[in-house]
Design a protein around this ligand. Structure first.
Ligand SMILES: [Fe+2]
Length: 226
């Protein structure tokens, strides 16, 4: 044993710190082609639905604030066939991008329409019994209310980090993400992702003030099934 060696020399090189992100939360969006004509037809169909059932049902909509929610089986209706086809094209793409089983397809189980007049909003919620969910915007005046997705990593709320107030923070530190309701756009998200809709505070008047959308739930199905 050599006791003449003295203390070991420590490296002065700065160590490289590697950074990877795991467990991402994907959100997809797509602007459907030909949406102006599609939306004109959908507005007629949705208003006709409302004329048949003005009371609607209560889910995440707040009935006391005026939010209307249709029945949930619109997917089989001829007036919603073109939208269904457009959504099927989006979900085929999503299934490929996420490397899902190619012997299955992502298909819509249920579909419903929502009309939020000024003053109405949707509570924070998830969509039970479903894999993917989505919303297609039919009509949305300015400030009709964004959809807000909430950071699903709830355990991280135990000790939130204090962030640098002098830096512009990016998605890695956001706790919420909002999407404007742009007519013709579909936004698809995992059904377990909590979301809400802000209050419609548009200055628009009459029926043009309504925020109108169609929402849907999706699961994996056999390729030949409806
Ligand atoms: Fe929802």
């Amino acid at each position: 044993m050599n006791d003449q060696s003295g203390p070991a020399e420590h490296s002065t090189t700065t160590p490289k710190v590697y950074h990877e992100n795991y467990f991402p939360t994907p959100v997809f969006y797509c602007d459907l082609p030909g949406s102006a004509a599609l939306n004109r037809d959908l507005i007629k169909a949705i208003r006709a639905e409302r004329a048949k059932d003005d009371k609607g049902i209560e889910r995440s909509n707040v009935v006391s604030l005026g939010g209307w929610h249709s029945r949930t089986d619109l997917v089989g209706e001829p007036a919603f066939a073109a939208l269904t086809k457009g959504i099927d094209e989006i979900t085929s793409d999503i299934s490929r991008q996420l490397l899902y089983d190619p012997s299955l397809r992502l298909g819509i189980d249920i579909m419903w329409a929502i009309i939020n007049p000024p003053g109405s909003a949707n509570r924070s919620h998830i969509h039970g019994g479903s894999l993917w969910s989505g919303v297609y915007y039919v009509q949305a005046p300015k400030e009709a209310g964004r959809i807000v997705f909430v950071d699903p990593r709830t355990a991280s709320l135990m000790i939130p980090a204090r962030l640098d107030p002098n830096q512009e923070q990016g998605p890695q530190n956001w706790r919420e993400v909002s999407f404007e309701p742009i007519p013709g756009r579909a936004v698809l998200f995992p059904s377990w992702l909590y979301h809400r809709v802000e209050t419609n505070v548009t200055g628009a008047k009459g029926e043009a003030a309504d925020r109108i959308c169609v929402s849907f739930n999706i699961t994996q199905k056999g390729l030949g099934s409806s």
